[in-house]
Design a protein. Structure first.
Length: 176
C-alpha cells in the first residue's frame, strides 16, 4: 500500500537502511482465535527477532520506526522492551489508539513521534490522540474522512491527496 511504500522510499532516498517486516499471519490457523497471551508472545517474539536482526547489521546512530496498525503494536513493544531504541523517532500510521497497553507504551516514548490517523478510522479517538501526542511531545496529522487504510470512501482523488498529505508530513518529520 502507498501509505507504507512512500515512507520507505523517503528513508531510502536519505540513505537509510530499511528493514521491512510483514505481519501477514492470515494463513496461520491459530490467529483466527481470539487474542491470547500465547499468540501475543509469538507475535512479539517475531518482532524482537526481526528488530534484532536489523540492528545487528551494524551500529546505528539514528533509528526511525514506521508502523501501521498492527505494526504500531510492534513499535510499542520494541520501544519499551528493547534498550537499543530509547531515542528512536517514530511514525505511527493509523495507530491502534483504543488499545490501552499501546497508549501506555506510547506515553513512555522519548524519541520524536508523528501520529497519522483518519477521522473515519475506528481506532481514532481525539482524546486518546491528544493524550499520546502530548505525552510524547509529538506531532499529529489528522486526515479528514479517512478510514483505517487512510482512504476516503467514494473519493479516489481525496484518497490520493490523503497519501500526499501523509507523505509530506513524514518528509517534514524526517527533515527535523
Amino acid at each position: 500500500m502507498p501509505v507504507l511504500y512512500y515512507p520507505r522510499q523517503l528513508l531510502l532516498e536519505r540513505g537509510a537502511d530499511v528493514l521491512l517486516v510483514e505481519y501477514d499471519y492470515r494463513e496461520q490457523a491459530n490467529l483466527r482465535m481470539p487474542r491470547d497471551p500465547e499468540r501475543d508472545r509469538w507475535f512479539f517474539d517475531d518482532v524482537a527477532a526481526a528488530c534484532g536482526a536489523g540492528l545487528g547489521q551494524r551500529p546505528y546512530s539514528r533509528v526511525t520506526l514506521v508502523g501501521k496498525s498492527l505494526g504500531t503494536l510492534a513499535m510499542g513493544y520494541l520501544l519499551t522492551e528493547d534498550s537499543r531504541l530509547p531515542q528512536a523517532q517514530c511514525v505511527w500510521l493509523t495507530p491502534l489508539l483504543r488499545n490501552d497497553r499501546l497508549r501506555a507504551q506510547m506515553r513512555r516514548v522519548r524519541g520524536h513521534s508523528l501520529f497519522v490517523i483518519g477521522t473515519a478510522d475506528g481506532h481514532y479517538d481525539p482524546a486518546y490522540l491528544d493524550e499520546v501526542r502530548l505525552a510524547s511531545e509529538g506531532e499529529s496529522v489528522l486526515i479528514l474522512g479517512a478510514d483505517h487504510s487512510l482512504e476516503i470512501e467514494g473519493d479516489t482523488v481525496g484518497s490520493i491527496r490523503a497519501v500526499e498529505q501523509t507523505v509530506r508530513a513524514i518528509q517534514q518529520f524526517l527533515d527535523l
